[in-house]
Design a protein around this ligand. Structure first.
Ligand SMILES: Nc1nc2c(c(=O)[nH]1)N=C([C@H](O)[C@H](O)COP(=O)(O)OP(=O)(O)OP(=O)(O)O)CN2
Length: 137
């Protein structure tokens, strides 16, 4: 039996950030990013959904063990991002604006090499209850 199915693991992390383009003057940064450009930074309670799509293994009934997936996310993503200032503490954002889009892409690029090639990986990241990003789309 070849059942292509998706399994999703949800995790969360809390991070501070500031949206800012260092190539622009302060006025333009404020005009584009508004309150998200506040130099004092601000925090979000991010909700992360990691979706793995693949064939269900006939022996286990699993696509991937959610405990294993959770441990991967914790070790490689949450450990780096949780209770951190993304702009100041996380190397991936030293030269990259930590928008929800860029955070989702960074998370995908961290996890992709850790997931078997024959599985699809999709990231959904909620920055607020009403704003979320999906990558790849
Ligand atoms: N395309 C993007 N637009 C915005 C991003 C982003 O990452 N990508 N980020 C922000 C702010 O950082 C923040 O997420 C917005 O916060 P807020 O305006 O408070 O959003 P809420 O949904 O909670 O509030 P509303 O009252 O519903 O607007 C802005 N844009």
């Amino acid at each position: 039996m070849n059942f292509k199915t998706a399994i999703v693991r949800r995790e969360h992390f809390n991070s501070a950030h500031r949206l800012h383009n260092p190539m622009w003057p302060d006025e333009k940064n404020f005009a584009v990013f508004g309150k998200c450009n506040n130099p004092n930074y601000h925090g979000h309670n991010y909700e992360l959904e990691v979706k793995i799509i693949g064939i269900v293994n006939e022996d286990t009934g699993y696509i991937i063990d959610t405990k294993y997936l959770s441990d991967l996310i914790k070790e490689h993503v949450l450990h780096k991002f949780d209770h951190k200032n993304l702009n100041l503490d996380v190397e991936d954002f030293k030269n990259l604006n930590p928008t929800a889009e860029n955070i989702a892409i960074v998370i995908y690029n961290i996890l992709r090499p850790l997931i078997e090639e024959n599985y699809e990986l999709k990231i959904k990241l909620y920055e607020t209850r009403r704003n979320f990003v999906e990558y790849p789309y």
